[in-house]
Design a protein around this ligand. Sequence first.
Ligand SMILES: Nc1ncnc2c1ncn2[C@@H]1O[C@H](COP(=O)(O)OP(=O)(O)O)[C@@H](O)[C@H]1O
Ligand SMILES: [Mg+2]
Length: 341
Amino acid sequence: MVDYAIVSENLTKIYRGRGFSITAVDHVNIKIKRGEFFGLLGPNGAGKTTFTKMLATLLIPDEGEAWVDGFSILKEPVEVRKRIGWMMGETGGRALYWRLSGYDNLVFFAMLQNVPRDVAEKRIRTLLKFLELEDAADKLVLEYSTGMRIKLMLIRAMLHNPDILILDEPTLGLDVESAIKVRTFLRRLVDELGKTILFTSHNMYEVEQLCDRIAIINKGKILFEGTPRAIREKVEKLKVVEVSVISDDSGINEILKRIESLPIVKEVLNYEKAKGVYKVRVSVEDHYTAIPEIANALRNYKVESISRSLPTLEEAFLKIAGVRIEEVERRGRRMRRVPLE
Ligand SMILES: Nc1ncnc2c1ncn2[C@@H]1O[C@H](COP(=O)(O)OP(=O)(O)O)[C@@H](O)[C@H]1O
Ligand SMILES: [Mg+2]
């Protein structure tokens, strides 16, 4: 029998207000093994924060149950809290005292958690070293960069030496270099210290690189669960052709119709106009056949180029998540798809 660090059973959260109810987390079942680096991947509004907050006993579920280190989040929340370190990247910095030094912040939070002073000081030193934050320990937090504050938040989450870390988008807003450092550190926590990490992100490549196992969440539902390799295989199946064609705005619908009517074309992913040229991105069954067929379908148009293209992150993500581009558009994101008719 596998001993799980985190198990959720039909975990559900509905936000209700005047005239609205949003099922933010919808019957989620997840099992995370001890010593596993588990990634929860999903776009903004997918339910990641809500899910992790329920596990951290900060929100009460409407339905379902979860166990952390074998303790029920509903019946034994105090025990659960003792065993987890929770951190939220986005607003994490606000939970520090900016007019205290990093070190003093940590000593203070250790005190709140009843960690004996000598144990705390030793742990703080070790963690500061591990995260390469020693030199900044005596500086005021207001002088810290975002990356440094995130590191401090991570140490703060570990002052009571929990075996399980629940980290909600810890790399959000970090510059590339700090993000790499934080990731390396997190991986070492799992590999060298045997910690279990539940990590959320909307960055597919980050999760792919870092995690042992991944679940994709969208609209509160888990759509996929598997290894990074299984995800990669899905992405590689996505074949994209980009067509650049000169057209005025009245001509584009006809162009899209012609492209879409080809059996080799699965769907138009996206199109945008720049300097009189429309760039149309389509997913196809096979490049070699699709390129000449598209060229033929558009033979009466001014086609600048048709070429194979790598899927963008969003296209790949949407493919895995099975999300239609229209849905993304409704959430006000960058991708646009105007109805054809
Ligand atoms: N306090 C709240 N009241 C009402 N709706 C909320 C609240 N918090 C989150 N939501 C909604 O619940 C859904 C999931 O949000 P969230 O868990 O923050 O997702 P994520 O962390 O993946 O971005 C979103 O539709 C969001 O707008
Ligand atoms: Mg969130």
